[in-house]
Design a protein around this ligand. Structure first.
Ligand code: ATP
Ligand code: LTN
Length: 340
């Protein structure tokens, strides 16, 4: 299994690409660099990009906000350059086959496997008052998402690697009993940008459900971006050097800069050598502002047209259902569900 593909190695064009993001908050720079930005490496008619609204219910959501964020994430996919005619951009809850396959896969997944999931442990700690069964079986629904479409490649950030691995295990187990029903997927994780860190606690992953000052959002205005980066935690030295262990804050800013500029970290270090943290922060903030500006203006245009997005989502849900049904019918038949 190719765990981490090498930099810039885009997969074979004919493969099915699948990924999803939860509408559980404002999409962050971490989501963008770690996942969303890589989706367009796979411009292909077989790519599916999903708004994982069912997954986001594993943590309490405000219903009105969830509705808004789901539309907003779909619009953002398009604003980031994913063509909804070529790619299937849709909401998970619009395709009932996800929940249906998840139920079947639940019966082929062991409690012990799910107990090992680090995201479950982290989220249980974070939401100790609501450790629900959905949070526990979250990876099974994710496996259903991926397997329904006979996916080859799943572009994600490092935190989702374990979930793609359990998906592979479930698929292999199922295939072992019933024959080649599912394609076994591979994760696509870019080494250097697999984990963008929080701005306020740079030893922790940047997360959209964390406090606002810990991340830059794709919806932040330029001045907000500049302010947040200016306040990003660094260290008491003055040397711009990539050293994630001892200098996590500075290293994170270097990673962000090099990712957005499509250069190596060494090149960015060289460019800024001899300068202070002020210069590093200014360079990072301006690069983010420049990267986000066209996305933000396209995003506003998409939402300004009240019929465009709903129509796209309806059409794409129908396309996704058509594909999903093919796999689900096969699964129902294999496990012995009577289908007159
Ligand atoms: P939440 O805080 O609600 O758990 P999140 O910000 O962790 O959300 P997800 O919806 O879980 O985001 O992730 C969407 C995609 O973004 C996944 O592929 C995930 O691996 C990737 N991702 C999330 N955070 C980061 C990060 N800090 N660095 C790199 N990739 C990330
Ligand atoms: N669990 C993922 C979101 C997600 C996903 C998927 C990613 C749901 N279904 C299928 C890739 C493929 C997360 O980022 N938290």
């Amino acid at each position: 299994m190719t765990e981490i593909l090498t930099e810039n190695k885009a997969p074979d064009k004919k493969q099915v690409i699948y990924s999803a993001i939860q509408p559980s908050g404002n999409i962050t720079l971490g989501n963008y660099i770690g996942a969303l930005r890589n989706f367009s490496l796979f411009e292909d008619k077989e790519s599916l990009f999903c708004v994982a609204d069912l997954h986001s219910l594993t943590v309490r959501q405000d219903p009105a906000q969830l509705r808004k964020r789901s539309q907003s994430l779909a619009a953002l996919y398009i604003a980031c350059g994913l063509d909804p005619e070529k790619n299937v951009i849709y909401c998970q809850s619009h395709v009932p086959q996800h929940a249906e396959l998840a139920w079947i896969l639940n019966c082929y997944t062991y409690m012990g496997e799910l107990n090992r999931m680090t995201q479950f442990k982290d989220k249980s700690q974070k939401h100790a008052d609501n450790i629900n069964a959905g949070l526990f079986t979250y990876p099974v629904l994710m496996a259903a998402d991926i397997l329904l479409y006979q996916t080859n490649i799943v572009p994600v950030g490092l935190d989702q690697k374990q979930h793609v691995e359990i998906c592979r295990d479930i698929a292999q187990r199922f295939n072992g009993v019933y024959g080649d029903v599912f394609q076994i997927p591979e994760p696509y994780i870019r080494k250097t940008t697999a984990k963008i860190m929080s701005l306020s606690e740079p030893t922790k992953k940047m997360s959209k459900s964390d406090p606002d000052e810990s991340f830059v959002s794709l919806f932040d205005e330029p001045d907000v971006i500049r302010r947040k980066i200016k306040r990003a935690v660094t260290d008491s030295e003055a040397e711009i050097r990539f050293d994630p262990e001892n200098k996590p804050g500075v290293s994170n800013l270097l990673t962000i800069l090099s990712a957005l500029k499509n250069t190596t970290i060494e090149e960015v270090e060289k460019e800024l050598s001899g300068l202070g943290y002020g210069a590093l922060k200014e360079a990072a903030a301006e690069t983010i502002v420049t990267e986000f500006a066209p996305i933000q203006s396209r995003y506003k245009e998409i939402l300004a047209d009240k019929t465009y997005l709903p129509n796209i989502l309806k059409e794409n849900a129908a396309r996704a259902q058509y594909m999903a049904l093919k796999t689900l019918r096969k699964v129902y038949k294999k496990v012995g569900l009577y289908q007159p």
